[in-house]
Design a protein around this ligand. Structure first.
Ligand code: N01
Length: 548
């Protein structure tokens, strides 16, 4: 590790931020606004995080654009015009770039730079951050804004290096795009990424083979151009709409909170309610049809069966329809996909669904994909196989203290945090929307702003009290982890083999990582913790800054 003991002033910061996506950029803006000296590092050659990397065909947000945007500046939310109901990847990236320029954030982001290690000096109370360029900087605080779905994962298939065609991962898509015209293409994976790209690739490719291990529920997005009246209505009382959204579990407004159990109505009324939601489009809207779809299996069965029936009605080959109809998890317990023409795509003559649950992929050969019983000749393979979610980005950084504690060891059995914000034993290290936070189960930008605002409030409190060190207490951490698990156990979520429990990564401990108690409850808890003098945290002054 480079010697960081005597760094010049330009390499010393109040806060180092890891990541230049939506979270990193807002952290720069907010913390710089407090007069703190901030430096962010971003591995990509541009800002944008998720929206910088995930450029696959059809990449689009599944939260409506008027909701999925920053709220911290009313001028910004008034002036930006979203052209469609759901933002496309290029549009969202354009928005993030605009934010970076409008608030002059780029000058504090070092691009093309990956953070390799972060070491906390228990004596001085500083973090030393070392990058892949071998440079070291010091900072009193370190904010990890490295993303939850930012570590792409290609399964360890035998023979992948010998494939003669080209292969791609959804989360590392070439900037120049990929033209599949006339090619024999294979897509492996049918999560949100696969479901979005499959209809588009099918229209380009000569043939498309979709290798499906687990069928996922998908609902129609019903994307459309933004209606000017809808936009004006929304913008007319944007701040009030945001406040109302933050008082809901998903931090998404516009849907009345359901008050009734699915089982309290007749089959006919339920059918009509689901049908209305299906026509309206959107996943939260559908899950909001009744108040117990994510907690009562019998209620959930009614919604799951409604969607399975829809699939059977759309897909003309009954065998293919049955393979596409999910039967291993309740609807909504894995990320519910939104699509445009996904199931219809399987009626095309050039599209074949390959069931790799009954006949798993054995290897990638020079000419394609081989399962146990068949070989598929392909010119291109797309891995829509997901990410080492929630902990992957932090596990890639060597995070440790001079006392010899490492985050990797601490999290060997699964991630431990207090409020998803801090880890006991690692002072002054904050995480944005990490494990133990509701982030991935909410409108992500709302969670990002809430986390960063809380951190800003906390740093302000330390400064006002002549303190500069904060650490989660082990007891508070244990309590929070138990609470996160208890809340999850009261729902149907643990019934699914999802990335929420790390099931997609062989060998990853099965631990329920997100907090599913809702954004509203979480925010109240964070606010109460702060109001009670940062209850559960130990606040102090580093020895190095004590007066002599
Ligand atoms: O990844 P995934 P994703 N052999 O992990 C399959 C967000 N997102 O990139 O389920 C064969 O969901 C795997 O099969 P199985 C969103 O939060 C949002 O699609 O493990 N198949 C699964 O089908 C989302 O949840 C948006 O059996 C293998 C697929 O690959 C998250 O990102 C858009 C396999 C991976 O699905 C991740 O979505 C895109 C193997 N060895 C993403 N290994 C929107 O906002 C894995 N699979 C709309």
């Amino acid at each position: 590790m480079p010697d960081a003991s005597n760094l010049p002033a330009e390499r010393q910061f109040d806060v180092v931020v890891v990541g230049g996506g939506l979270a990193g950029l807002y952290a720069i803006h907010r913390l710089r606004g407090m007069g703190l000296k901030v430096r962010a590092y971003e591995a990509g050659s541009g800002v944008g995080g998720t929206w910088f990397w995930n450029r696959y065909p059809g990449a689009r947000c599944d939260v409506e654009s008027l909701e999925y945007s920053y709220s911290f500046s009313d001028e910004l939310q008034q002036e930006w015009k979203w052209p469609e109901r759901y933002g496309t990847q290029p549009e969202i990236l354009r928005y993030i770039e605009h934010v970076a320029d409008r608030f002059d954030l780029r000058r504090d982001v070092e691009l093309n730079t990956r953070v390799k290690s972060a070491v906390f000096d228990k004596q001085s109370g500083d973090w030393t951050i070392v990058t892949d360029k071998g440079e070291a900087v010091r900072a009193r605080y370190c904010v990890m804004a490295a993303g939850n779905l930012s570590t792409p994962r290609v399964p360890d298939f035998k023979g992948i290096g010998d494939f003669r065609g080209k292969w791609y991962h959804s989360g590392l898509w070439p900037h120049e795009g990929v033209d599949f015209t006339g090619l024999r293409v294979g897509v492996i994976g049918t999560g949100s990424s696969g479901v979005q790209m499959i209809p588009i690739i099918a229209r380009q490719a000569k043939t498309l083979h979709v290798f499906q291990r687990t069928a996922n529920f998908s609902l129609p997005a019903r994307n459309a151009p933004m209606e000017p009246e809808r936009e004006s209505r929304h913008k007319a009382d944007y701040p009030a709409r945001r406040r109302a959204a933050y008082d809901t579990p998903f931090a998404i407004g516009g849907y009345p909170k359901p008050t009734q159990s699915a089982l309290a109505t007749s089959a006919g009324d339920r059918e009509a309610a689901y049908e209305a939601k299906w026509r309206e489009g959107g996943s939260i809207s559908f899950l909001y049809a009744y108040n117990d779809l994510l907690v009562n299996k019998q209620s959930n069965d009614t919604a799951s069966e409604f969607v399975r029936e829809k699939i059977r009605g759309i897909v003309t080959d009954p065998k293919v329809a049955e393979l596409l109809a999910p039967d291993d998890h309740p609807i909504g317990t894995k990320r519910l996909c939104l699509d445009t023409g996904y199931y219809e795509t399987y009626n095309r003559d050039n599209v074949t669904l390959v069931d790799v649950r009954s006949d798993p992929i054995a290897e990638i050969t020079p000419s394609g994909v081989k399962t146990g019983s068949a070989a598929y000749e392909l010119d291109a393979i797309v891995f829509a196989t997901g990410f080492d979610a929630m902990t992957g980005a932090l596990r890639e950084i060597d995070i440790r203290t001079t006392a010899g504690d490492t985050l990797a060891e601490k999290w060997e059995g699964g991630p431990l945090t207090y409020l998803g914000l801090m880890v006991a034993g690692f002072p002054n290290l904050f995480a944005i929307t990490g494990p133990g936070s509701p982030g991935v189960k909410t409108q992500m930008i709302a969670s990002i702003e809430q986390h960063v605002d809380w951190i800003a409030g906390c740093l302000g409190h330390l400064r006002a009290n002549g303190l500069d060190r904060i650490e989660a207490s082990p007891t508070a951490e244990t309590g929070w982890v138990a609470h996160v698990n208890a809340v999850a156990d009261g729902t149907l979520y643990p019934l699914a083999n999802s990335w929420y429990v790390g099931a997609n990564i062989p060998g990853k401990p099965r631990v329920f990582m997100p907090y599913v108690g809702g954004f509203d409850a979480y925010k109240r808890r964070c606010d109460a913790v702060a109001a009670n003098g940062y209850e559960g945290f130990v606040l102090s002054r580093s020895a190095a800054t004590q007066p002599a």
